[in-house]
Design a protein around this ligand. Sequence first.
Ligand code: NAG
Ligand code: NAG
Length: 404
Amino acid sequence: MKTPHKRLLFILCGIMVVGFIYFSSRKLRLVWGLKPQRDAAETTVVLTKGAEVKRITERDPAETTVGLTKGAEVKRITVYDEQGFLLKLDKKLPPEWVNKYGNLSEGVCKPGYAAAKMTAIYPKFMNPAPMFLDRNFFKTPSKLLSKVSKYLPPFGFRTQERVIDSILSATKNYGLGAALDSLSCKRCVILGNGGVLLNKSLGPRIDDYDVVVRLNEAPVSGYVKDVGTKTTIRITYPEGAMQKPEKYDKDSLFVLSAFKPLDFKWLKQMVFKEKLRGTEGFWKSVARNVLQEPNEIRILNPYFIQEAAFQFIGLPSNNGLMGKGNIPTLGTVAITMALHNCDEVAVAGFSYNMNTPNALLHYYNKTVKMSAVKESWTHNIAKEKEFLRKLVKANVITDLTNGI
Ligand SMILES: *[C@@H]1O[C@H](CO)[C@@H](O)[C@H](O)[C@H]1NC(C)=O
Ligand SMILES: *[C@@H]1O[C@H](CO)[C@@H](O)[C@H](O)[C@H]1NC(C)=O
């Protein structure tokens, strides 16, 4: 039998508990039925109004046991999404960075900014990861190495060690070059090849970046006003590479992003200027020579393909093998590389807006429209876009063409 007096006590107690939960919601364990979650520290529990609270035991503020009467409704609010990204994204700087960056004037390169902002929304982010494969890479055991040495291409280089070692013994250089490697703050821009680049006159702004990354056969000449003139590195694979060597940019690095074992064999023939043979495994015709000298050729660290696919985008791991829909696009791989190696990251020319089917897919092709993007066997454009949107929303990257 409850007296009104006892009832009032109950209600008061309930209000206190709800308040307590609101203000110290870390490591909360609810008895009966609700098992503590693996990452309880990342979970906030909110009680719906009217939940009757029976008892509260307070041993240590960090670990509180609350007893609820059966039938009370409990809502769990999760702070991180499946991939490990903060659910509530905004452009604000974390407080610890406000002092560091807050006073820098607009346009001044902010050291470590991209990685700091990335870590703020994705605490699992692991810096650093070298841009290119290095001959010493094989000999230096590191956590990162074990990740790429265990996987077959494209997620690693297992079975390709010898051909890679032979390529790297000829290229002898594994960085961006002395001038860029010694910069204390690098601003990078990754150019996707989207039609969204047209008529925006971004050329001068793009050329202003320390590192300009272009992909595959994206031309410069004829589009300078919109895409700039500078190419620091061009990342490509045999089928995507320009087939007319005179079109290759001078003074730029030719970077292979290998998707299959054959791609390394192809690069070896390019580096040693051999006549191309064994082309049966390519899905379309490939470049037969590369303008760059061996010391201007690099191999992109396959870690970025692995990390983009399995960690950032959340594509199916398929036991670490290439499978349906688990290969990220080259653009996203390049952005992943930049997050680890650039202090500030901007992108331009990224857009898959299916609401504008007649927009040009590529800035350099007047006939292929957005509507040509079909369900792809290899890529998962929708999931990839979700990932890129998180980066833009949190200001980890700046989207110069507002297409993401
Ligand atoms: C930035 O400005 C704040 C307030 O004006 C000041 O307390 C802080 O020391 C400054 N930080 C730097 C790095 O100059
Ligand atoms: C860009 O401008 C040219 C010339 O004014 C025009 O013909 C073309 O349709 C424009 N392209 C886009 C994608 O806006």
